[in-house]
Design a protein around this ligand. Structure first.
Ligand code: PLP
Length: 411
């Protein structure tokens, strides 16, 4: 089902690929603007999962029978497609449940055995808790310290401060590629270059980058890159960690069990080679089959088209919100993904989101798993509207009209 013709995308046809978007909520057409939280799934992903369970379901890497071979091929096929999608080698890609698992794997398997008192972990102010709390746990157990790389009021990284903070005691830098609250796209390539010159290992959280733009992990030059499948049209419980080969080879396993071994006896166990060494137990096979279909879908549509479409939607949304009196936007970086956090004077974020839900509009309100960032802005919560390429300009108008209406109700 080609959706592009002569370089033009038929966005109405693209939208029709996402059946959930047709439903109503509280008797109103759904406007789903919570894509930074999780994305919707195209029919091809839903059918891939359904087809796997109907025709191929078996465990991977264990059985020699036909179904086992097909299931293993499907699972490993996703690893290869995903690797090509982000320009890395398949054997450097650990498949896992998502970013949270991926970062914890780095924390426990790479950082904990290496860091100690006198070492510092540098973490940016705009991180999701998934890229803060694992480092706090490592710091607590190893004696290492956490240092915060601050941001500017516009929501960009303070690059001078960041470079100054890269002192010889810093062993690891944890940084998000795109902020889930501010939409800021960080200059990860330049930052990783600076870090590498100083021998600092970099962990990039790509959760909010892959859904929005073409990501070339090899070109970024980081040491670890973590991402999640459910924000990029794939199923929940899927994701991956890319790591430089030398790290994967030096890292002890994180979880022990089946699949991650070559040989087990009570005298000792020989572990499997990476990436299988880090994939103990039965994985979310059907989920990864779905993720493979998601990668194909995004590839066919073209990440450049997605980026351009979302830039248009973001410009429209930002312009419309700016015209609302008393509305404050958090995050005005020159390079932004389609994520807009805001507050309206005199209205609590949760009240706004609850009333908007009654109008059929789904946005997120709260702290977005980024307490330290909200502390920086001195606010307890924000609203966050995050459209995706399958949303429409009409939905932005409907959302803004609903926002004006519910704001009046709140006085
Ligand atoms: N990092 C960022 C920037 C996110 O937006 C999210 C999800 O909201 C995560 C990490 C955690 O991802 P997951 O819950 O899929 O592990």
């Amino acid at each position: 089902m080609p959706r592009t013709h002569n370089g033009q995308v038929d966005w109405a046809a693209v939208r029709a690929d996402f059946p959930l978007l047709l439903r109503e909520v509280h008797g109103k057409p759904l406007v789903y603007f919570d894509n930074a939280n999780t994305g919707q799934k195209p029919v091809s992903v839903i059918e891939a999962i359904d087809g796997f369970y109907r025709r191929q379901n078996a465990n991977v890497s264990r059985a020699v029978h036909q179904l086992g071979t097909e299931a293993t091929d499907a699972y490993e096929g996703t690893r290869r497609r995903l690797a090509a999608f982000v320009n890395v080698r398949p054997d450097e890609l650990v498949l896992c449940s998502g970013t949270t698992f991926a970062i914890n794997l780095v924390a426990y398997s790479w950082a904990l055995p290496r860091l100690g008192p006198g070492d510092t972990i540098l973490v940016s102010r705009m991180e999701h808790h998934a890229n803060i709390v694992p480092w706090q746990l490592v710091a607590e157990r190893s004696g290492a310290k956490i240092r915060v790389a601050e941001i500017t009021p516009e929501g960009t990284l303070d690059l001078d401060a960041l470079t100054r903070a890269m002192t010889p005691d810093v062993k690891l830098l944890a940084l998000t590629h795109v902020s889930n609250v501010l939409g800021t796209v960080n200059p990860v390539r330049a930052v990783c270059r600076e870090a590498r010159r100083r021998g600092i290992v970099t962990v990039i959280d790509g959760s909010q980058a892959l859904p929005h733009r073409k990501v070339d992990i090899a070109a970024i030059g980081c040491d670890f890159y973590a991402f999640t499948g459910h924000k990029m049209c794939g199923p929940t419980g899927t994701g991956a960690l890319w790591a430089r080969r030398e790290h994967l080879q030096a890292m002890p396993p994180f979880l022990g069990g089946g699949e991650m071994i070559k040989e087990v006896s009570f005298d000792g166990t020989v572990f499997n080679d990476p990436p299988h060494r880090f994939e103990a137990g039965t994985p979310n096979i059907a989920g990864f089959v779905g993720l493979g279909a998601a990668v194909d879908y995004l590839d066919r549509l073209g990440m450049d088209h997605i980026e351009a479409r979302e830039a248009e939607l973001l410009a429209h949304l930002t312009e419309a919100l700016t015209r609302i009196d008393g509305l404050r936007i958090f995050g005005t970086a020159p390079e932004k993904a389609a994520v807009v956090s805001f507050l309206v004077e005199g209205a609590h974020a949760h009240d706004l989101a609850t009333l908007l839900d009654l109008e059929g509009v789904a946005i997120r309100s709260g702290q977005h798993c980024a307490h330290p960032l909200l502390q920086f802005y001195g606010v307890a919560a924000t609203c966050r509207a995050s459209p995706a390429f399958y949303n429409t300009h009409e939905e932005i108008d409907a959302f803004v009209a609903a926002l004006r209406k519910v704001r009046k109700l709140l006085g």
